[in-house]
Design a protein around this ligand. Structure first.
Ligand code: SF4
Length: 363
């Protein structure tokens, strides 16, 4: 497929659906790791188009959702330091920490500003040399290279008032953790499209190699996803497990070498705290010693954190694929996009927000 309208071609979609329905496999569970895939699947009604023997589960691929309460408490504590400007993507400011949100802190006088990229944050630091500007770095391998490039640029400009709290995470270790937990039997994985543009396909090879699980890197349009499901079913039926790329117009097996180099220059792997899962070794990106002068955690006193989980919210279970938003007693009653209780309802990529908007009628 080369043209944009082909990704929504009804005839092509029908042929793929018909082929998928030919599977004789009794029970297939596919997990999409990326929140954007979850949104696309629900928005386009893809679950209803599949036969009942194919179940699709959402995984831990929404960066706002997987940020732990402890990490949110750190950011909230940083916002209380006089002379600090917190710069953050919009979703983050509504996610509850133990007792507060960045939005509440802002209402009480903290200087919290929404930015659309790390470059916006850099601009704020240039405009406010007397202040200390902290960028909240969240996201996976997709966003980390841009933050790395910004820190290299900051050093060239000799800006001394720009910092990053790095809450970045990487995907392959958490995929391994979900599989090792063994809470659900997964036959196939829809690998994240955006992340794979950076890391390529090789880092997923342990999934078919060690676990005998089908793997396909997918784009986000309806036909992309149907083609991916068809390829996964094919691998499962033929027991020929490998990492295939359905998103070839963007993803190369080796990834984006330049972006990987940038990331490697500025960050190193570290342990990271995932909501609902806990500390996962080597699943985070911390700023290397060489760039430590930009690291907010090394340069500010972050008071003790509370890490109180949100009462009644089951985001952690949803992120592990063992529950859906419909299992949460707060869904649609106490928890809505206007009054979100947990991060999966705040984030545009969160399962609860997607179920609220598109999903309930399909269950
Ligand atoms: Fe948490 Fe709200 Fe989702 Fe329930 S519906 S799991 S409270 S975000």
């Amino acid at each position: 497929m080369k043209l944009a309208n082909e990704f929504r071609d009804v005839e092509l979609a029908k042929r793929l659906i018909a082929h998928i329905h030919q599977t004789s496999h009794r029970d297939i569970k596919l997990m999409e790791f990326c929140g954007s895939h979850t949104v696309s699947i629900l928005k386009n009604g893809i679950r209803q188009l599949l036969p009942p023997n194919i179940e699709m589960l959402a995984g831990p691929g929404c960066p706002v959702c997987v940020t732990s309460t402890a990490d949110l408490d750190k950011v909230i504590n940083l916002s209380r330091i006089p002379g600090v400007i917190i710069t953050s993507f919009g979703d983050m400011i509504r996610v509850p920490g133990s007792r507060s949100t960045l939005q509440k802190e802002k209402a009480q006088g903290a200087d919290v500003r929404i930015v659309y990229s790390v470059l916006d944050a850099l601009k704020i630091s240039r405009q406010n040399p007397e202040k200390k500007v902290i960028f909240v770095g969240i996201g996976f391998e997709t966003t980390a290279p841009t933050v790395a490039a910004a820190l290299i640029q900051t050093e060239k400009e000799k800006l001394h008032n720009f910092f990053v709290i790095s809450l970045h995470k990487v995907c392959p270790p958490i995929m391994k953790t979900i599989l090792d937990l063994g809470e659900i039997r997964i036959n196939g994985i829809i690998c994240p499209g955006h992340v794979s543009t950076i890391i390529g396909g090789y880092p997923y090879q342990f999934i078919p190699g060690n676990y005998g699980i089908a793997c396909v890197i997918s784009g986000f349009e309806p036909v992309d996803i149907l083609q991916t499901v068809d390829m996964l079913v094919n691998q499962i039926e033929n027991k020929t497990y490998s990492v295939e790329i359905a998103y070839r117009r963007v993803v190369k097996p080796e990834g984006n070498i330049q972006a990987l180099r940038l990331m490697e220059t500025v960050f190193e792997l570290s342990d990271a705290d995932w909501r609902g899962i806990g500390i996962v070794s080597g699943s985070g990106l911390k700023i290397r010693k060489r760039y430590r002068h930009f690291d907010a955690e090394s340069n500010f006193d972050i008071n003790p954190i509370e890490n109180n989980e949100i009462n009644g919210c089951i985001c952690g279970n949803i992120l592990r694929g063992v529950a859906t938003p419909l299992d949460c007693r707060l869904f649609r009653t106490m928890c809505t996009p206007e009054q979100p209780v947990g991060p999966c309802m705040v984030s545009a990529e969160g399962s609860c927000a997607a179920y609220f908007q598109y999903g309930v009628s399909i269950e």
